[in-house]
Design a protein around this ligand. Structure first.
Ligand code: FAD
Length: 323
């Protein structure tokens, strides 16, 4: 059953985020040969439309306005609701990012829709779209179907592979004019936390430190390993609470949910609340002094040892491999 799917592209400082391509791939699967329309909201972003088409969007709708230059729930909701009205899709797919988590309940409430959030897998059986999502902090998965009306879901970043880029693909782009009014949120300034390098929520490799790093300086060997692997540094709440790093690095139930290809947990015990944010990583390596630490129960590879000895050795070995 061919469906028309609307997917939301996300940008940061006029650069498309990876999740924009992942929602297209999810949309393609759900569309069953129908049309995937990508919505691009912002200011001066229309030049990005061709990139979305190269990654599989059949059509792109742009909504541009100076008031949309940074995300606000009111502004984006107005732009997206107008696009939904215009396009009348059968499903809407948004990334389960900070933006998506903020925006999607607002849209669902406005349109009186059910929302399936934090989807990690999609299957189509007997014409139904079945969404899997983790529950109980990732201890179990449930499957949900919307049987009647508009399908609305957010998908967890880094779970669905983008389609292969095809620079020869062409598709139509059109701009939708939406009057953005009565904004209750005005962004005066965007202050970035000093998380150098790769964005944690999009990183393919994450080196995370826990209370075992013992100090702010204790994160230095982790940063070096992240640097040679082209990855990002993350942390447990234990490390954040102890003031060793900023809370923007926190991974877990009350922090960021990440699914990198490689997660290296250094000096992290593996509390259930931490596992909720990283246990779906593709390969997990744990470095811990305590052979009984719970993190070893989810690790693919475990190293029992002092992180201050193991991490620099790993960094040196990887540097040597790259020479
Ligand atoms: P610890 O549990 O103290 O573990 C430190 C580990 O380091 C130990 O296993 C130790 O053996 C090892 N170690 C020490 N020195 C070394 C060394 N030199 N080399 C190698 N290993 C060493 N936590 C999160 O992480 N994220 C969340 O989002 C989160 N949300 C929470 C929400 C709620 C409602 C609650 C109640 C708790 C939450 N927590 C969260 C906290 C969680 O329960 C744990 O307290 C926290 O994850 C522990 O952090 P940790 O593993 O760094 O510290």
């Amino acid at each position: 059953m061919a469906r028309k799917i609307l997917v939301l592209a996300e940008t940061r400082e006029q650069v498309l985020r990876n999740v924009s391509y992942e929602v297209i791939a999810a949309g393609k699967e759900i569309s069953e040969g129908g049309e995937v329309v990508s919505v691009l909201i912002g200011e001066n972003i229309s030049s990005l439309a061709s990139e979305l088409i190269h990654y599989g969007a059949d059509r792109v709708v742009t909504v541009e306005d100076a008031k949309l230059s940074t995300y606000t729930p009111d502004g984006y909701a107005q732009a997206l609701l107008a696009t939904i009205k215009e396009e009348n899709p059968e499903a809407i797919i948004i990334g389960h990012t900070a933006l998506g988590k903020d925006l999607s309940p607002k849209i669902a409430a406005k349109l009186q829709l059910g929302l399936i959030s934090d989807v990690t897998a999609i299957e189509i059986t007997g014409g139904n779209v079945i969404f899997s999502r983790p529950i109980y902090s990732g201890k179990a998965f449930e499957k949900q179907i919307i049987t009647d009306g508009l399908i609305f879901a957010t998908i967890r970043p880094n779970n669905i592979n983008p389609l292969r880029k095809d620079d020869t693909r062409t598709g139509e782009t059109h701009s939708l004019s939406v009057e953005i009014k009565d904004l209750r949120t005005i962004v005066k300034e965007v202050v970035r936390k000093a998380t150098e390098g790769v964005d944690l929520s999009e990183a393919k490799v994450i080196i995370a430190g826990g209370r075992g790093v013992k100090s702010e300086e204790g994160f230095e060997p982790l940063k070096e390993l992240a640097h040679v692997l082209g990855g990002a540094v993350g942390a447990s709440r234990g490390a954040c609470d102890a003031n060793y790093c900023d809370y923007s690095l926190q991974i877990g139930q009350t922090g960021k949910v990440v699914t990198p290809d490689l997660y290296i947990a250094c000096g992290i015990s593996g509390a259930i609340q931490h596992l909720a944010g990283m246990s779906n990583s593709k390969v997990i390596v744990a470095i811990n002094k305590d052979p009984e630490a719970n993190i070893f129960n989810v690790a693919d590879y475990g190293i029992v040892g002092d992180l201050f000895e193991v991490v620099p050795l790993l960094t040196e070995e990887i540097k040597a491999l790259k020479l």
